[in-house]
Design a protein around this ligand. Structure first.
Ligand code: GDP
Ligand code: IMO
Ligand code: MG
Length: 425
């Protein structure tokens, strides 16, 4: 099997977890390469529902090796809770879950700074998950972060934690009038976490190099979505990592010559959680209808997701920046009842037409989407098992998406369950 990167092509929650779970049986390794427990990847099998935040979505398949790469930021408390949750549902990760020694560690001060910063911003907030992701990546880039390998070395850990606390406590006091954190408390808490997770911490770069040499196959699991990428996304309303396919190399320690294919996951419409421009966002009634039909509530924070029409302009940009050769379309069933469906093909702002996705946040916020309208199929698609059996209007809608994106659809999903999906040969 070729080594493959799976990325979200919109603003996250496209159904990456489901797609990765479907692909895993054909692969040996599943590797998360960025983000942290801001992600919420859902896999549904029969009556069982799993929401994964840090552990790769391939974990439900026995014997598959799951790696949390160097580019991920790990909150050890969240990781331990997730491992326990999996154990309670009969999924054993022992001997097949590995965390990179280079992955950075999230501390309570990261979560607190995330929260206080958002509160202080008021209406101008980003709408983060408040999991401490941004502040942890900020420390990494500022070269003051603490990695898994540092946690394993008492002397280094003590020194770096002291340095961090002295800086963080000063910031917290001065900017937010917050009392700060005590060294002894955090130190002993994290030594406790370390003792629970140290058996998983290894040099995953060497592991993956061996895997590549032995011709084992790898799925790289993207978190968030292309337009939440810190470089390629709708900055500043983005996350703090490279969620695009390029991030798979830096965030896993596997070079670009070892990656064969990039698949983008797209919803048949668009959603976004948090603040930021969203040109095709629905007006009230349609928003409620699609939100309720699609169960559009955040898998990590429970926040209602904003919903809108499919935006071909947005996804065309994703095709480019990820080098996608193929897309998987999810949640087609959510559109089953609509009499007509729109796709945005370009934007208009101050008499200028934008066919390429604009970077200027003012244009994105105030532009008017230019839509093409299609007839709905108004038939249930949730039991359909092949492309040929889809209602003709659904096929026409999908063909139009392929045409507008100049990219082929390789998989279609028509419900939450593993079984509700089919490949297009
Ligand atoms: P991820 O972050 O990209 O993995 O996506 P999430 O798990 O956050 O959100 C996707 C949601 O849609 C989850 O609740 C999935 O169970 C659900 N889902 C995935 N594919 C389909 C589909 O084809 N139809 C429906 N109705 N739900 C789906
Ligand atoms: P998955 O992997 C959707 C959004 C947040 C916020 C912005 C920054 O499940 O698709 P952060 O906490 O990362 O600093 O928040 O990014 N966000 C997501 N939106 N799906 C996600 O992950 C997200 N992870 C972060 O809502 O707008
Ligand atoms: Mg999600």
């Amino acid at each position: 099997m070729p080594n493959i990167v799976v990325v979200g092509a919109q603003w996250g929650d496209e159904g990456k977890g489901k797609v990765i779970d479907l692909l895993t049986p054909s692969y040996n390794y599943v590797v998360r390469y960025q983000g942290g427990n801001n992600a919420g990847h859902t896999v549904v099998s029969g009556n069982e529902k799993f929401v994964l935040h840090l552990v790769p979505s391939g974990v439900l398949h026995k014997n598959k090796i799951c790696i949390i790469g160097p580019g991920v930021v790990v909150d050890p408390k969240a990781l331990i809770e997730e491992i326990e949750m999996l154990k309670s549902k009969g999924i054993d990760v022992e001997g097949r879950l590995f965390i990179s020694e280079q992955a950075h560690v999230i501390f309570p001060y990261h979560r607190t700074i995330d929260e206080l910063k958002e509160t202080k911003k008021g209406k101008a907030k980003i709408g983060t998950t408040k999991k401490g992701i941004g502040p942890c990546y900020a420390d990494k880039v500022a070269r003051s972060g603490i990695r898994m390998v540092d946690l394993l070395n008492d002397e280094v850990f003590t020194k770096r934690l002291k340095e961090n606390l002295s800086e963080k406590n000063a910031i917290l006091k001065t900017l937010y009038d917050f009392k700060g954190f005590f060294f002894d408390e955090i130190h002993s808490l994290y030594i406790g976490y370390r003792d629970r997770i140290k058996k998983y911490i290894v040099d995953t770069t060497v592991m993956l190099d061996e895997a590549v040499r032995k011709k084992k196959s790898i799925v790289f699991e993207g978190a968030q979505g292309t337009h939440l990428d810190v470089d390629c996304g709708t900055y500043p309303f983005v996350t703090s990592s490279n969620s695009t396919a390029g991030g798979a190399c830096a965030g896993s320690g596997v070079g670009p010559t070892k990656i064969d294919k990039v698949v983008g996951v797209v919803k048949a419409y668009t959603t976004r959680v948090g603040e930021g421009p969203f040109p095709t966002e629905f007006p009230g009634d349609l928003m409620n209808e699609i939100r309720s039909r699609g169960g559009e509530y955040g898998a990590t924070t429970g926040r209602p997701r904003r919903c809108g029409w499919f935006d071909a302009c947005l996804v065309r940009r994703s095709i480019i920046v990820n080098g996608m050769k193929e897309i998987a379309v999810t949640k087609l069933d959510v559109l089953d009842k609509l009499p007509s469906i729109k796709i945005c093909t370009a934007y208009k702002y101050k008499d200028k037409i934008y066919e390429n996705f604009p970077s200027d946040i003012e244009v994105l916020t105030n532009c008017e989407p230019i839509y093409k309208e299609y007839k709905g199929w108004q038939k249930d698609t949730t039991t359909i098992t092949s492309y040929i059996k889809l209602p003709s209007n659904a096929k026409a809608y999908l063909r139009e998406i392929e045409k507008l994106l100049r990219t082929k659809i390789g998989l279609i999903s028509v419900g939450q369950d593993r079984k509700q999906a089919f490949v297009i040969e």
